[in-house]
Design a protein. Structure first.
Length: 132
Protein backbone atom coordinates (compact mmCIF):
# COMPACT_ATOMS: atom_id res chain seq x y z
CA UNK A 1 0.00 0.00 0.00
CA UNK A 2 2.81 2.38 0.73
CA UNK A 3 4.58 1.92 -2.60
CA UNK A 4 2.75 4.99 -3.91
CA UNK A 5 3.83 7.21 -0.98
CA UNK A 6 7.39 5.88 -1.32
CA UNK A 7 7.41 6.78 -5.01
CA UNK A 8 6.06 10.27 -4.24
CA UNK A 9 8.68 10.81 -1.53
CA UNK A 10 11.45 9.72 -3.89
CA UNK A 11 10.31 11.73 -6.92
CA UNK A 12 8.44 14.63 -5.35
CA UNK A 13 5.58 14.07 -7.80
CA UNK A 14 2.04 12.89 -7.21
CA UNK A 15 -0.41 12.60 -4.33
CA UNK A 16 1.30 11.18 -1.24
CA UNK A 17 -1.62 9.08 -0.01
CA UNK A 18 -3.58 8.62 -3.22
CA UNK A 19 -5.72 5.85 -4.66
CA UNK A 20 -4.08 3.06 -2.65
CA UNK A 21 -5.32 4.78 0.52
CA UNK A 22 -9.00 4.70 -0.46
CA UNK A 23 -11.38 1.85 0.31
CA UNK A 24 -11.73 1.18 -3.43
CA UNK A 25 -7.96 0.97 -3.79
CA UNK A 26 -7.63 -1.08 -0.61
CA UNK A 27 -10.22 -3.54 -1.91
CA UNK A 28 -8.31 -4.05 -5.16
CA UNK A 29 -5.04 -4.42 -3.27
CA UNK A 30 -6.64 -6.91 -0.86
CA UNK A 31 -7.90 -9.11 -3.69
CA UNK A 32 -4.51 -9.02 -5.43
CA UNK A 33 -2.70 -9.68 -2.13
CA UNK A 34 -4.96 -12.59 -1.20
CA UNK A 35 -4.62 -14.26 -4.60
CA UNK A 36 -0.84 -13.90 -4.78
CA UNK A 37 -0.07 -14.02 -1.07
CA UNK A 38 -1.50 -17.49 -0.48
CA UNK A 39 0.93 -19.07 -2.93
CA UNK A 40 3.89 -16.84 -2.03
CA UNK A 41 3.40 -17.58 1.67
CA UNK A 42 3.21 -21.33 1.07
CA UNK A 43 6.44 -21.13 -0.96
CA UNK A 44 8.06 -19.07 1.81
CA UNK A 45 7.03 -21.62 4.43
CA UNK A 46 8.67 -24.38 2.35
CA UNK A 47 11.85 -22.32 1.86
CA UNK A 48 12.06 -21.67 5.61
CA UNK A 49 11.60 -25.39 6.28
CA UNK A 50 8.40 -24.86 8.25
CA UNK A 51 6.28 -26.72 5.70
CA UNK A 52 7.49 -30.22 4.89
CA UNK A 53 6.62 -32.32 1.87
CA UNK A 54 5.20 -35.07 4.09
CA UNK A 55 3.28 -32.57 6.26
CA UNK A 56 2.62 -29.43 4.18
CA UNK A 57 1.10 -26.25 5.56
CA UNK A 58 -1.71 -25.20 3.25
CA UNK A 59 -3.14 -21.73 3.75
CA UNK A 60 -6.89 -21.72 3.31
CA UNK A 61 -8.41 -19.23 0.91
CA UNK A 62 -10.62 -17.67 3.55
CA UNK A 63 -7.57 -17.02 5.75
CA UNK A 64 -5.74 -15.43 2.84
CA UNK A 65 -8.67 -13.15 1.97
CA UNK A 66 -9.53 -12.26 5.57
CA UNK A 67 -5.91 -11.39 6.32
CA UNK A 68 -5.60 -9.25 3.20
CA UNK A 69 -8.80 -7.32 3.87
CA UNK A 70 -8.00 -6.77 7.55
CA UNK A 71 -4.54 -5.53 6.60
CA UNK A 72 -5.57 -3.15 3.84
CA UNK A 73 -8.65 -1.72 5.53
CA UNK A 74 -6.91 -1.22 8.88
CA UNK A 75 -4.09 0.54 7.05
CA UNK A 76 -6.56 2.97 5.48
CA UNK A 77 -8.24 3.55 8.85
CA UNK A 78 -4.97 4.21 10.69
CA UNK A 79 -3.64 6.53 7.98
CA UNK A 80 -7.02 8.31 7.81
CA UNK A 81 -6.64 9.24 11.47
CA UNK A 82 -3.14 10.66 11.13
CA UNK A 83 -2.67 12.02 7.58
CA UNK A 84 -4.59 15.03 6.30
CA UNK A 85 -4.23 14.08 2.63
CA UNK A 86 -5.99 10.69 2.92
CA UNK A 87 -9.40 10.60 1.22
CA UNK A 88 -10.68 7.14 2.22
CA UNK A 89 -14.10 7.41 0.56
CA UNK A 90 -12.87 8.75 -2.78
CA UNK A 91 -14.46 8.87 -5.44
CA UNK A 92 -17.70 9.32 -3.46
CA UNK A 93 -16.38 12.17 -1.34
CA UNK A 94 -13.09 13.79 -0.42
CA UNK A 95 -14.11 14.09 3.24
CA UNK A 96 -12.12 12.34 5.94
CA UNK A 97 -14.13 12.23 9.16
CA UNK A 98 -11.48 10.15 10.95
CA UNK A 99 -8.75 12.80 10.69
CA UNK A 100 -7.76 13.87 14.18
CA UNK A 101 -10.21 11.50 15.87
CA UNK A 102 -7.42 10.83 18.37
CA UNK A 103 -3.91 12.24 18.62
CA UNK A 104 -1.11 10.62 16.64
CA UNK A 105 0.67 9.94 19.92
CA UNK A 106 -2.34 8.07 21.31
CA UNK A 107 -2.70 6.18 18.02
CA UNK A 108 0.90 5.01 18.28
CA UNK A 109 0.40 4.00 21.91
CA UNK A 110 -2.70 1.98 21.00
CA UNK A 111 -0.77 0.21 18.24
CA UNK A 112 2.03 -0.70 20.65
CA UNK A 113 -0.41 -1.89 23.31
CA UNK A 114 -2.34 -4.02 20.81
CA UNK A 115 0.94 -5.57 19.63
CA UNK A 116 1.84 -6.43 23.23
CA UNK A 117 -1.59 -7.98 23.81
CA UNK A 118 -1.29 -9.95 20.57
CA UNK A 119 2.19 -11.19 21.44
CA UNK A 120 1.06 -12.19 24.93
CA UNK A 121 -1.86 -14.18 23.54
CA UNK A 122 0.29 -15.81 20.85
CA UNK A 123 3.06 -16.90 23.23
CA UNK A 124 0.56 -18.03 25.86
CA UNK A 125 -1.12 -20.30 23.31
CA UNK A 126 2.29 -21.63 22.21
CA UNK A 127 3.22 -22.31 25.84
CA UNK A 128 -0.03 -24.18 26.52
CA UNK A 129 0.38 -26.24 23.33
CA UNK A 130 3.88 -27.32 24.32
CA UNK A 131 2.67 -28.46 27.74
CA UNK A 132 -0.07 -30.67 26.27
Amino acid sequence: MDIQPLFVLMTGEGHLHGFSHTYVGATLLAVFSALSGKYLSEIGLRILGLSKKENPINIRWWVSFLSAFIGTYSHVILDSIMHSDVEPYYPLTQQNELLGLITVSLLHQLCIYSALVGATIYYSVQYVRKKT
